[in-house]
Design a protein around this ligand. Structure first.
Ligand SMILES: *[C@@H]1O[C@H](CO)[C@@H](O)[C@H](O)[C@H]1NC(C)=O
Ligand SMILES: *[C@@H]1O[C@H](CO)[C@@H](O)[C@H](O)[C@H]1NC(C)=O
Length: 551
């Protein structure tokens, strides 16, 4: 029998069985408990949605029960809503609504925010496949952590209402609002009074201005849920946003997941996908966050399935609470703001975890026109970036200093505890990360190779001869020859990646370790057989040499 026919017969049989057993709930539930959780035949993955008559749908593929987590009642209610800004439509702005004062305190148009409903409806812009996806019936619960500083009243409230309305209650352990020392009056007693209506909302406050990183850490340290979900204070979560995130963590707890971040326009609050929608997180060598297309090698048969992302955008993600602390949380030496998304991303990948973007989870975010308050300590970003680079990026940090020479002299503070953590967690090196995870990043952002650490001839002291490479019948071979002043064919450059480059033959010194033979080969900076270490290098002298050579 053909495979397809066999499948069809199997399906028909199962459907018949389901029909027989369905009316008899008692018998059915007995059958369900005994057989439904049984694993599928090895090598054959099956998914059969079966109606149980109570609006829940179960399926099995791997012995785990799954269900449809959509809240159809609330979806229906939302569909009926009408008014300005409903369904994520742009608010119809007049000339005077564009008045700059509307933006001054928040960086977005607070007038518009005040004039659309706190519980406004959003368009379901997920991939069509998301509507039929089922997730594990038993998902971990989560603490939702929302740091804020001087947030607008209606934008903060809309964030909370959207969470309460679009999240299954059983999955929320608590919502922790962490106030980073706000001054605005509405964020004090008035906020406490308003939030009293939500039993799951807790408000905690820092005692002085701490900055985003320590504020998030404070929230995480108070959290009791199994998963930590970090959100911003001016967001709107979209339909069924949480189950797909928690599902991925339930399958492998060493996973960080990020929702797709949609754009809430800071002028008219229209809701739409980012340009290009599903893209991978990346970085250039000045450590600016970038988005690049998902390479064909990683594209899934179902484009709504989660895909690997080398680095996260920053503010919106979920992570297993215990694992977050096993990873040391954020490096506590990071100050105020910036670089923390790289730290956690590199750490997750290099220390045995994975990171995914989840297309079926969507969260809208207001990208502000400008940050309306002073961000303390302007140097924190550069210092943080250097700290992350020195802790995690190994020799690749040099690429950053090439672009940002001013970073070379910046102090990172003591990173020995971070280095020790890296050792203890047996993390892989950054070279592995670049080769296995971020392999497509250099195609978009090629690093500039640093100048050589040494160059010129390589003279053997005893023989007073120089290393030369000659092209002969048996290929390029190495030999000793008389040193000639300005003999360019005898000139090498020792690169900072430890390769010995021979410009004339455009090749590098290589070796065959098994045969103990030195050969010449096409340069490959990642190949260890091409890396040579000089016993003594005086970096001070070399740096001076480099300086003279380039000026
Ligand atoms: C979250 O889940 C854990 C484990 O099932 C449970 O012990 C805890 O009570 C739950 N928390 C809340 C607030 O539901
Ligand atoms: C490197 O050379 C400089 C200048 O000649 C010298 O002052 C310094 O001591 C040397 N450093 C080492 C580690 O040899």
């Amino acid at each position: 029998m053909k495979r397809k026919q066999k499948r069809f017969l199997q399906m028909t049989l199962l459907f018949t069985v389901a029909l027989i057993f369905l009316p008899n709930i008692g018998l059915w539930s007995l059958y369900k408990d005994k057989h439904l959780v049984k694993s599928a035949e090895p090598g054959e993955q099956q998914t059969f949605p079966l109606g149980l008559g109570d609006g829940q749908f179960y399926s099995w593929t791997d012995g785990l029960r799954r269900k449809d987590w959509h809240d159809y009642e609330s979806i229906q209610k939302e569909a009926m809503r009408s008014g300005k800004g409903e369904h994520g439509k742009p608010y119809p702005l007049t000339e005077e609504d564009h008045d700059d004062s509307a933006y001054r305190e928040n960086g977005f148009n607070i007038f518009v925010s005040n004039n659309i409903a706190l519980e406004r409806s959003l368009p379901d812009i997920r991939h069509a496949n998301c509507k039929h996806k089922m997730y594990l019936e038993r998902l971990p619960n989560t603490s939702i952590i929302i740091p804020f500083h001087n947030e607008g009243w209606t934008s903060l409230l809309r964030t909370i209402h959207s969470i309460i309305n679009r999240t299954p209650e059983s999955l929320i352990a608590e919502i922790i609002l962490v106030d980073d020392f706000s001054e605005r009056e509405h964020l004090k007693d008035k906020l406490e009074e308003y939030m009293a209506r939500f039993s799951k909302v807790r408000i905690v406050r820092t005692k002085k201005r701490e900055g985003l990183i320590r504020t998030r850490l404070l929230g995480a340290s108070m959290a009791r849920g199994e998963v930590l979900t970090f959100l911003d204070s001016h967001c709107e979560v979209n339909v069924n946003w949480l189950p797909p995130l928690l599902n991925q963590i339930a399958l492998n707890h060493k996973t960080i997941v990020c929702p797709m971040i949609d754009v809430i326009d800071h002028n008219h609050f229209g809701y739409e996908a980012q340009a290009g929608d599903a893209m991978r997180g990346a970085f250039d060598w000045e450590m600016y966050y970038k988005r690049i297309p998902i390479p064909p090698e990683l594209q899934r048969a179902d484009p709504s399935d989660p895909f690997e992302s080398p680095v996260m955008a920053g503010g919106l993600f979920a992570v297993d609470r215990k694992w977050f602390w096993e990873l040391g949380g954020y490096d506590p030496g990071l100050e105020i703001w910036g670089g923390e998304q790289y730290e956690i991303s590199f750490k997750v990948w290099m220390c045995g975890g994975e990171m995914f973007d989840v297309p079926c989870s969507r969260v809208g975010h207001i990208y502000r026109k400008y940050v309306p308050y002073k961000v303390p300590s302007g140097t924190s970003l550069a210092r943080n970036l250097k700290r992350v680079a020195e802790t995690w990026m190994d020799e690749f940090a040099e690429y950053i200093y090439q672009r940002r020479p001013e970073y070379r002299h910046l102090s990172t503070g003591d990173i020995s505890a971070q280095k020790e953590l890296r050792k203890q967690l047996k993390c892989k090196d950054f070279k592995w990360f670049m080769a296995a995870v971020a392999w497509d990043v250099p195609k978009y952002y090629p690093p500039v190779e640093p100048p050589p650490a040494a160059w010129g001839e390589i003279r053997n002291v005893a023989a007073n001869l120089c290393v030369d490479s000659k092209h002969g019948a048996t290929g390029t071979e190495l030999r000793l020859d008389i040193c000639v002043k300005d003999g360019s064919e005898r000139t090498w450059s020792h690169e900072q990646d430890r390769t010995l480059f021979h410009p004339v033959s455009n090749s590098c010194m290589d070796c065959n370790p098994a045969e103990k033979k030195i050969v010449m080969a096409r340069c490959d900076p990642l190949s260890e057989t091409q890396q040579w270490i000089f016993e003594h290098i005086n970096m001070t002298v070399l740096e001076k040499l480099n300086h003279h050579a380039s000026s």
